[in-house]
Design a protein around this ligand. Structure first.
Ligand code: UD1
Length: 424
């Protein structure tokens, strides 16, 4: 098992280019199968979740190959409509393939998705909406069997602005006859990026980024070249790291507007932040104060995915910060690990109160989930001594190479690989 080793106490200085967005590229990879032709995705991040999507694409009969930073997918040879259980378990976003396979082939078979480490993550909204479009869904032996010989566009109101359900319905609606209108759609920028990709393929989608999205059922007509939007959560992670460690860092390839609630919280905690076209600069003396109360909410609210890294940044801040997690039930699993490092955090249901302590201590800790793992990276940078992070496969799901990036900024950080297995 690999570990990340951090010796805390270094200031961070320099510049970084932010990777393409995980939460954008995963639904786009599912969307590539709508078109029996070729897609070129530029700025595609090298992540284990992307590799998991590639395994699904190849299982379905599509071709996928890397050309440097670009991933080229050819879905012309797609021949299967099922996703086996072991591939579904690898990540939750695999469920977005459901709408896409139905739109392309009219039938799909898969099990329930994995990746449910944040409390219950049902897919009831996805399934209800697909039924409304005319899909018949049966559950047999833990497998979902879906048939949709003819889907018809209609009005669909989501009871929660679910990101995944919005994406699944958009993809299915591309294969339906007539117009679908989604009310109470999630407004995350990644959905607008999916729309940009679909439009590049010739689909008719409008409204993404607002709470009403319209899809005129129309199959893709052309090969597309698309550049994946920058990852606002990776950007938030690096901003939190510099805020905590102190120093000055310029991030390139960011959309400053997508980060507004994160930068507002960091500004409230005492950082100086300026942003412009494609860049953001953060300066911090490392002596943070409370960020007040941080409530996670659907976009444009404070992202649940940035809750853990902001919490880690404030562990040595002056005063108490209150976090209210409104999206997921079980999103404080990183708290126990942070407390092993000397943090003072009390959790009651959806509320966590972080009281700044003068010192944190390096410890052996484990990444409990993707963003919880990123929080340990931030905490390690401001802890005395050595922090050794295990279960880093969680971190690798969403960060291309955090060791490379943080080392480039001056952190004392390294990847510790297991010794090669002895030959028998
Ligand atoms: C996406 C993001 C994830 C982020 C989350 C919230 C991707 C690949 N993942 O996840 O990083 O943390 O949005 O911003 O884009 N819900 C239901 N029934 C459903 C669907 C969702 O009750 O059928 C609930 C969930 O349990 C959760 C809330 O709705 O409490 C929001 O979930 P959702 O927006 O669907 O998140 P994901 O798409 O899974």
């Amino acid at each position: 098992m690999s570990h990340i080793i951090i010796r805390g106490g270094r200031r961070l200085e320099g510049a970084l280019t932010v990777q393409g967005a995980k939460n954008s590229v995963l639904p786009i990879l599912a969307a590539t199968i709508l078109h029996p032709g070729q897609t070129v995705l530029q700025g595609c991040p090298h992540l284990s979740d992307v590799e998991a999507s590639i395994r699904i694409l190849r299982h379905l009969g599509c071709k996928a190959r890397w050309e440097g930073e670009a991933l080229v997918v050819d879905a012309g040879s797609m021949s299967r409509r099922d996703i086996p259980d072991h591939l579904m378990r690898e990540m939750r976003s695999s469920v977005i393939f459901l709408g896409a396979i139905l739109a392309r082939l009219g039938r799909a078979e898969m099990s329930y998705p994995g990746g449910c480490e944040l409390g219950p993550r049902p897919i009831d909204l996805h399934l209800t909406a697909l039924r409304q479009l005319g899909a018949e869904l049966r559950e047999e032996g833990g497998r979902l069997r879906c048939t949709a010989q003819r889907m018809a566009g209609r009005e669909i109101a989501l009871s929660i602005p679910s990101v995944g359900a919005t994406e699944n319905v958009i993809l299915a609606a591309c294969g339906a006859e007539g117009e679908t209108t989604i009310f109470n759609a999630a407004r995350e920028p990644e959905i607008a990026d999916l729309q940009a990709f679909l439009r590049a393929m010739g689909c008719q989608v409008r409204g993404a980024g607002s709470s009403t999205v319209c899809v005129a059922g129309r199959r893709p007509t052309r090969d597309a070249v698309h550049t994946v939007m920058p990852d606002r959560i990776a950007a938030a992670t690096y901003l939190a790291a510099v805020a905590a460690a102190g120093g000055q860092v310029e991030l390139h390839r960011v959309n400053y507007r997508h980060l507004s609630t994160v930068t507002a919280a960091l500004h409230g905690a005492g950082c100086q932040i300026t942003g412009g076209e494609g860049r953001v600069v953060l300066r911090s003396d490392g002596a943070l104060r409370s960020a007040g109360t941080v409530r996670t909410a659907p976009y444009p609210g404070f992202p649940t995915d940035a809750q853990a890294v902001l919490m880690a940044a404030l562990l040595r801040g002056q005063g108490a910060t209150v976090f209210v997690e409104n999206i997921f039930e079980n999103r404080y699993r990183h708290v126990d690990e942070l407390c092993r490092m000397g943090a003072d955090i009390s959790v009651a249901d959806r509320v966590a109160v972080v009281t700044g302590v003068p010192r944190l201590y390096g410890a052996d800790v484990r990444a409990t989930d993707l963003r919880g793992g990123a929080a340990l990276l931030v905490a390690g940078l401001i802890a005395d001594g050595t922090t050794r992070i295990g279960d880093i496969h969680h971190i690798q799901r969403g960060y291309e190479d955090p060791v490379r990036d943080l080392a480039a900024l001056g952190a004392d950080i390294a990847l510790e690989e297991p010794p090669p297995a002895a030959h028998q």
